[in-house]
Design a protein around this ligand. Sequence first.
Ligand code: MN
Length: 492
Amino acid sequence: MTLGARVADPKQFLKGATGDWEVVVGMEVHAQVTSNAKLFSGASTEFGGAPNDHVSFVDAAMPGMLPVINGKCVEQAVKTGLGLKAEINLRSVFDRKNYFYPDLPQGYQISQFKQPIVGEGEVTVDLTDGTSIRVGIERLHLEQDAGKSIHDQHPSKSFVDLNRSGVALMEIVSRPDIRSADEARAYLTKLRTILRYLGTCDGNMEEGSLRADVNVSVRKPGGPLGTRCEIKNVNSIRFVGQAVEKEARRQIGIIEDGGRIDQETRLFDPVKGETRSMRSKEEAHDYRYFPDPDLLPLEIEQVWVDDIAKNLPELPDDKKARFVSSYGLSPYDAGVLVGEQVSADYFEATAKGRDAKAAANWVINELFGRLNKEGKSIETSPIAPAQLGGLIDLIGTGTISGKIAKDVFEILWTEGGDPAAIVRDRGMTQVTDTSAIEAVIDQVIAANPDKVEQAKAKPTLLGWFVGQVMKQSGGKAAPGAVNDILKRKLGI
Ligand code: MN
């Protein structure tokens, strides 16, 4: 497929004064490699140290210091490449990308330019409407992060913190295969999920472990690619969606007014909800890339790559397919559950030896719903899989109704405990004794002679009677029995 060949679904087009427009997005994601030490030094990568606590002579670019490649970072890049179904280059080269930044003491960033460690791959992205798209990966290369300039600690001075200087980043470059703000969000979400499954990046956007540079252009549907603008360092998935939307609208406005898009680097301001020009876009040749004379080309062996491939964890796409085929879940439910490894594990522990669809329903609707509401994550869930499983067992055996089960869920959430013991000790067992149910029904009928008359003409009133009986039985009457007896007694 040639660059930008896919045309968006017409419902994704943006309406302008001159007709429909199509948005074209590609992303460059900087993902911090999970490793204890930096890419070329032994300094710690731990987040949140005191300023300049994690800085070696190499990171501070002291004269005569030489970089030494960290094998762990190389392994993580290879692992990520395999997870992106990408080609692994057994020979890659580190280059110097030259530019001045106050927080870049070397005066250049060690990166990979012409020969990156990972070549072409792809990511399957599931969209909310149940369809999926493929986003091509152009390359993944390893490079150093820069330090940080701090401007808000002193009225007239800026400070530099080099803790991040030299930390390993994977820059993951996509093809311009994304066609809307929704797709852009979904792509980044999926990429983050893959990285987390692999354990190669923690995906923590608040701490800056994952940052997206979003390239946006607009064109007439299916037409030639327009000039793009790059929105730098967007640090949340929500902002990525907003930035795409705003930038596309801005470009459409300029073109429709007879203007021209200048290729430039822009910033997204989430407070004002707009993108702003930062600088005109520099070209690769401006950086005067050349192979770093301090580093030999990086050569790795196929057997080592094969060994990493053999030990890859089950990735989200495979897990989703397995949840559908072996548990009979809908693709949608399976997709929700595999969104995080811990959620998938929680579900599997709950479903083990039980009705898997019921387990999926309880995990997705009740548990996730409640966790969301209380701003908790699954790691801190007050209810363990064994407890939720026990609850599902009680429904399965008819010991409790689905309604009572929600009450038991509430007790498990707030007080904890064993679901079977809770049901037994608190007398929550479902009443299946038909004579007891019949007695309640007789009371309800006797108290509502008018409704009984009406029900004969209007059988939908049955629902009202069921409600009354359930209420009087404290929700414990078996719903099936209630229905059957009521129908018989009301003659409907
Ligand atoms: Mn980069």
